[in-house]
Design a protein. Sequence first.
Length: 344
Amino acid sequence: MSPAEAARTLDAAKALHSGRGHLRLVGSVDNPDADGPGARLQAARRDQELSIHQVAAALKLKPEQVAAIESMQFQKLPGLGYALGYVRAYGELLGLVDCDGLVSEFRDAWEPVQRRRESEIATQPSKFVAPAGAVVALALLGWLIVWASLHAIKPQPVDVVAPPDEKIKAWAEAQPKGPVQATADVQPLSTLKALQDVRVTLRGEDGALVTDRILRKDESISTDGLGRWFVSSPFGGVLEASGYGQTVVIGEAGKKVVNWRVPDFEAIATAKSKAEAEAAAALAAEEAAKLAAQQAKDQPAATQSVAPNGASPVTTAPGPAVTATATPATASPAPAKATSPAAQ
């Protein structure tokens, strides 16, 4: 605090308390217990005809704290650090030259008292008294432990089942055993398969949520009964939809899939089967026509022969081809020529 600031503060304090004569107590009655460096502060204050209340108002302290500084009553001050700051501000307010020396004297007088107080606190026996609630709680806990130990649940003895009689055992083994029914491995009609680890959100045709989880690579889930279901995935190209012999890769690689709807595999398969049946029927008809044309081409045309003496021509149907076989070089004798009775 500069001297000018101290003067202004004192003038303001004097103006504030100028009309209160009972606060301007000067003399031995003001603070009769002043001692040590505090006495120097008291003497300077009295020389300037200031009361404790005026100084307290200027320093923004309580009058009791100013009196405690002058009388070196350390127990009434908040602490050594705060007290030294008050002493310095008090000296600067009164315009004392050696404020540093005043603070050092105050510290030297305070430290023995502080050490003695700390030693008394350290050697003072603890006066801790357990609250009544804690005592009651501990007593209740002890009673529960004792009660539990006295009423502990003992394990019940387990009845030992005797082995079956030898006759009963032989009778059971002799009984015919029923045929083992084979179980059919029913494969789903439509599936959703993951080509790599990916999170899928599967909904039925009505929009109801079926599953929302991560499918591992090569893991498949059945979509039977879901109709034309919807699927969403953060990545495209990593899911396959299969059904009725059809397989479709869902979405484009690197693009997000949102509510992709599965094709109507059943309708596609039905249409494909119908088209294949029609194509097979057309092919069979074409083959039959070709065969009939070839047979007609291979058969020779019917030949007609004219009978002698003006008889009607006789149409001879083509017969099976006769294959001639080679004969030996020696010719057989020609048969005798028959003569009619008229010639004889």
